[in-house]
Ligand binder design. Sequence first.
Ligand SMILES: NC(=O)c1ccc[n+]([C@@H]2O[C@H](COP(=O)([O-])OP(=O)(O)OC[C@H]3O[C@@H](n4cnc5c(N)ncnc54)[C@H](OP(=O)(O)O)[C@@H]3O)[C@@H](O)[C@H]2O)c1
Length: 279
Amino acid sequence: MFEEPTIGIIGGSGWLGRSIALAMLDKVFIQPDALVLSNRSASNPLSSPKWSQVTVTRDNQELVERCDVVIVSVRPEQFADVQIFAENKLVISLMAGVPLEDLVQSTGCRQVIRAMANAAAEIGKSYTPWLATQEVTDEQKAFAQRLFETFGSADEVFTESDLNYLTALVGTGPAYPALLAHSMLEHALNSGLPPDIAHRAVNAVVVDASQLIGNGHSVDELLQALISYRGVTAAGLEAMIANGFDKIIKAGLDSATSVASSMSSIAHSADTKEGPMTR
Ligand SMILES: NC(=O)c1ccc[n+]([C@@H]2O[C@H](COP(=O)([O-])OP(=O)(O)OC[C@H]3O[C@@H](n4cnc5c(N)ncnc54)[C@H](OP(=O)(O)O)[C@@H]3O)[C@@H](O)[C@H]2O)c1
């Protein structure tokens, strides 16, 4: 089954679904004629004639029947309308906050992986933690890991609470660095820098210089070395830390984790009250 599987992406024209489809095709992880995408509009997200053999359908159940692996990449609130029966397939959900048990009940499939990718899939740099039901075989796990590596790196995790935490930490993709860039930009503009210089300077710090992290230096080593240097950088870092930088980051991550966890429990209690959505 996993030598040359057919793969379907429900929501294959979305931000994440399209990025993943293109990553799998570009890396030759899958041939175009083995890929099926679905959405409600039947719009084809892959404009290149190179990918003309990819199938696009409006019918999610047709996609399931044609595929060994079914990736669900619709928004969580759109999932109730998806209505698939995918027994004996491998289902991979990318939806934030939909627990494994709900996915099993909703799809009729016991072999389910819940994964949390992020927007950096578009540039092949998503970090994608994932969690599997007990019924997922080692072969299927190895396949899923290779699939996730077509758009970045990935790790298996073993509890739903770890995945909810990681939803808050990595599912947010560029959001937290973007907020840092926004604050720096405001400060630079308020200090009177010309806007084009301010934009380039902030970009050079947040995007370019940050690539030194992990490039032979751990975060702690880098910070310690910069603080011991006792210069301008140390003054900036020490004032940020003294003014509650850690506290602000903790508050943000706690709040995002709490929303990710409550999405998970709301989805689950709604499902258990109303009964399974399995068609
Ligand atoms: N984007 C991110 O950075 C990111 C990060 C972490 C997690 N995620 C997760 O990834 C999932 C997808 O997010 P996204 O940003 O890619 O959303 P999106 O851009 O809104 O894409 C959703 C896709 O689903 C399709 N769709 C909606 N209802 C459908 C249905 N009933 N049947 C078939 N297709 C349907 C839409 O196309 P039509 O309108 O034509 O139907 C669209 O292609 C979400 O669950 C989100 O939690 C996304």
